[in-house]
Write a protein that binds this ligand. Structure first.
Ligand code: ZN
Length: 94
């Protein structure tokens, strides 16, 4: 059996989607620095259910469950709202 893990699969998916969205043409006006990326992820993740797993197999299953069209739409909506919320009060001077 492989080593046990403790991973929130929602977090992994959100991190990937936030990076992807911030680099897509529609979001060029938003800052994509590390600070803003993490701020966006934290806002989005506080508005989404967690999905913790402790084995690699469960992680694979969680990916299949979370990556359905329906779930991705919900996740994307929360991320887009978070991008706008963070973008409104981006308060760093980098
Ligand atoms: Zn920034």
């Amino acid at each position: 059996m492989s080593k046990p893990i403790l991973i929130n699969v929602t977090e992994e998916i959100v991190l990937g989607l936030v990076r992807f969205l911030l680099h897509s043409p529609g979001y060029q006006t938003f800052c994509d620095c590390e600070y803003c990326q993490m701020a966006i992820c934290s806002v989005a993740l506080n508005n989404l259910p967690t999905y913790y797993v402790s084995t690699s197999d469960a992680r694979e299953e969680a990916y299949l469950t979370l990556k359905t069209q329906e779930n991705l739409e919900v996740i994307n909506k929360k991320i887009i709202a978070a991008i706008h919320e963070v973008g409104k009060k981006a308060n760093h001077t980098i």
